[in-house]
Design a protein around this ligand. Structure first.
Ligand code: GDP
Length: 436
């Protein structure tokens, strides 16, 4: 592979980024129709919206109240990308507000260019399955696509509250039908109408879904000891998890072989490493209707899915056909991918854009190598569930909506005027890169 160093020279000098890139997760939610993608996304936006607008959320307001209100005001869950925030309740980023960009991955059966394009801009995904229906043919398609684009995943086995739900059957099906190296990282406490909590195998603690009148939003999760009748099962599955993670983490492997205790931090980092390696998928049981369960899923997104700097750099090619890497770097020349066009009733025509390297300040002139023309960015917008936030600069790894660019189609690279790169060659979907 020939890699030029063009990406490494500096041309944009803008303000410093407001928070480190390790605090960003660009994720998709992938699911078979009816598995609960919409409901799960709505709940994620509610809890993360609650973080974002903490001061404005009245104690005592329920999820349903909030969603009814927001529906009237136009909650956006159909935008190509929505930014929200989450404070993980434990782990290395505990108490730090992470930006989670949820990128819409259309659930079409066919291998459309659009599905593939949206998968390219993700760093990780939550694969939602139904605990009753298990792995369905369409889930297999989505899974294969995510494999093709090397998207690390955690799996959420939804609808555990429904009659016929079976978490462990779903995990077995993931192994058999998807050939996934799937391992529970949580196990359910009860099932069907008795689904009442989760055991976190990494932390070795339990969570109850029971409502806390003093904490309506459930933002202060309380852990409890693992119920005695589940102790043996939890021990067995924790052991299996550690064994699975040994393949990806030498420290854990050595300790395990020596019979030493593995700490929560070590196991957490081991699961994270294993997930990012793409050879392992952690599985969480849950229900979109269980607030405290969805919140644990958000913790998993932060703790186990990669940030933009944890994944290999995006590759493109220059006009001579040489491979160029868009290495995440604020000081490099800017390059990004327009992955979706969208008409917003309030803002107008938006180009959803992922910055791979450099900085994109408002007012910048963006070059399109396909049309060989430049256009000026008039506004940069972060789409939130209930509002649109104007921003001044988008940084390497960010996802935002760009206003003012007219001559663009999805899949176009937009970059610095003197950066010779095309992130998505015209021979889509399988670029043939000739190298001499
Ligand atoms: P999508 O097609 O994947 O977006 O699925 P939806 O989110 O629209 O959900 C499909 C149906 O399942 C809806 O009627 C939801 O109310 C219901 N549903 C979603 N999640 C759950 C869950 O955890 N438990 C139960 N019992 N129903 C759910």
């Amino acid at each position: 592979t020939v890699v030029t160093d063009k990406a490494k020279t500096s041309s944009v000098n803008s303000k410093d980024r407001p928070f480190p890139l390790e605090w960003t997760r660009n994720i998709g939610i992938a699911a078979h129709i009816d598995a609960g993608k919409t409901t799960t996304t709505e709940r994620i936006l509610f809890y993360s919206g609650a973080v974002h607008k903490m001061g404005e959320v009245h104690e005592g307001s329920t999820v349903t109240d909030w969603m009814e209100q927001e529906r009237e005001r136009g909650i956006t869950i159909t935008a190509a990308a929505i930014s929200c925030a989450w404070n993980a309740s434990w782990g290395p980023w505990k108490g730090i507000k992470q930006r989670i960009n949820i990128i819409d991955t259309p659930g079409h059966v066919d291998f459309t260019a659009e599905v593939e394009r949206s998968l390219r801009v993700l760093d990780g995904a939550v694969a939602v399955f139904c605990a009753v229906a298990g792995v369905q043919p369409q889930s297999e398609t989505v899974w294969r696509q995510a494999n093709k684009y090397k998207v690390p995943r955690v799996a959420f086995i939804n609808k555990m509250d429904r009659t016929g739900a079976d978490f462990f059957r779903a995990v077995s099906e993931m192994r058999e039908k998807l050939k996934a190296n799937a391992h529970p990282i949580f196990i359910p406490i009860g099932k069907e109408e008795n689904f009442s909590g989760l055991v976190d195998l990494v932390q070795n603690v339990a969570y109850s879904f029971e409502e806390d009148p003093a904490d309506q939003l459930g933002m202060k999760p309380k852990t409890m000891p693992i119920p005695a009748e589940m102790a043996a099962q939890a021990k067995e599955y924790r052991e299996k998890l550690i064994e699975a993670v040994c393949d990806f983490d030498d420290v854990i492997a050595e300790k395990y072989l020596n019979g030493e205790e593995i700490s929560v931090e070590e196991l957490m980092l081991g699961v994270r490493k294993a997930t990012i390696s793409l050879q392992f998928t952690g599985v969480i049981p849950g229900s979109a209707f269980k607030k405290k369960g969805v919140q644990r899923l958000l913790d998993c997104v932060v703790n186990y899915l990669p940030s933009p700097i944890d994944v290999p750099p995006m590759q493109g090619q220059d006009s001579d056909g040489k491979v160029v890497e868009a290495v995440v770097d604020d000081k490099a020349k800017m390059a990004g991918l327009a992955f979706k066009l969208w008409n917003d009733p309030f803002v107008g025509r938006l180009v959803f854009f992922r910055v791979y390297t450099g900085q994109l300040p408002r007012g910048m002139s963006l070059y399109n190598p396909r049309t060989r023309r430049s256009e000026r960015v008039s506004r940069l917008v972060l789409m939130r569930a209930i509002e649109r936030e104007e921003i001044e600069v988008a940084y390497a790894g960010d996802i935002c909506a760009v206003v003012g660019i007219k001559e663009v189609i999805t899949g176009d690279t937009l970059c610095d005027e003197d950066f010779d790169i095309r992130l998505e060659p015209p021979s889509f979907p399988e670029p043939v890169i000739s190298m001499s």
